[in-house]
Design a binder for this molecule. Sequence first.
Ligand SMILES: N[C@H](CCC[C@H](N)C(=O)O)C(=O)O
Length: 276
Amino acid sequence: MLVRFSKMHGLGNDFMVIDAVAQRVRLTPETVKRLADRHTGVGFDQLLLVEPPSRPDMDFRYRIFNADGSEVEHCGNGARCFARFVRERRLTVKQEIQVETAKGSAVLKVLQDRQIQVDMGVPILQPVEIPFAAERQAEVYSLEVEGTSYDVSAVSMGNPHCVLLVDDVAQAPVKQLGRVIECHPRFPQRVNVGFMQILSPDRVKLRVFERGVGETRACGTGACAAVVAGRLRGLLDETVCVELPGGELQISWKGQGQPVLMTGPATTVYEGQIYL
Ligand SMILES: N[C@H](CCC[C@H](N)C(=O)O)C(=O)O
C-alpha cells in the first residue's frame, strides 16, 4: 500500500504525519518501529495519524505512536504539527481545530504569527490517574532509584511525566537516570522523565527522556508538566518560557483545575510517499 506522508518537527521533536482521512492506513506496532528506524525507514520520534473523529463535536481524531511502536495519549509538539498539517493538506480551513485524543481532547489555534497555541487540557495530579503508585497526592514525592532517593513531581497531561529539579541541565544524567526512571515500578505504564533547571520564576531549561523514544530535542507535554510541577512547588510564575535543546515554548497555567496553554512553532520538512 503506497501512503503519502509529511515529515515535520516541533523544535526538533520529529514526526511522520499521515492523513488517514483521505487514505486507508493500517498500522501495527511492528510497522511503526520499522518506519521509525532512522537508517532503513523514514525516521521519527513519533508517528501522528490524522483520522476522522468518532465524536460529532470534534474535527479530527489525533493518534500518536512512539518510535518503539507504543500508542500514547498525547503529544504537545505533535499537536502543533497536526494543526499545520491539516490546514496545509486542506483537510480544514478552520483557525481553531478540535481534536479527539486517546484520553480526551485538545484545541489547536493557529495564531497570526504562524505560531500554534494548544489548549493541552487540565493537568492530572491524582496518583491513580497518572498512574503513579503513591499513598496520597503531593507536590513532591520521594522516589527510590538504585539506592538513591530523589525528590520528584508526578503529573499527567494525558500522558505520564516525572519531573526532577537539577542545578544544571547540561550536567544532568538524562540518559542514564532517565532510562531507569522510565521503567520504574511505581509508574506502571512507564513514564516520561523531565530534568528542569529553574533560571528565574518565568524561565526554565528542560531536557526530557521520553517514554518509548529516549531523549528528544523537545517535549511539549514535558514542558507543560514541568511548569505545573514548578508552580505547584511555588517556584514559577503563571507564564514561563521553557528552553529546550531544540528551542523555546511558552507555557501558561493559571492553577489547579485550569487548562495548560502551550504556544510554539511547527515546521514541515518534506512530503513523501512510502510503501507500508
Ligand atoms: N513519549 C511521549 C509521547 C510524545 C510526547 C512528546 N513528543 C510531546 O511533544 O509531548 C509518551 O510516551 O507519553
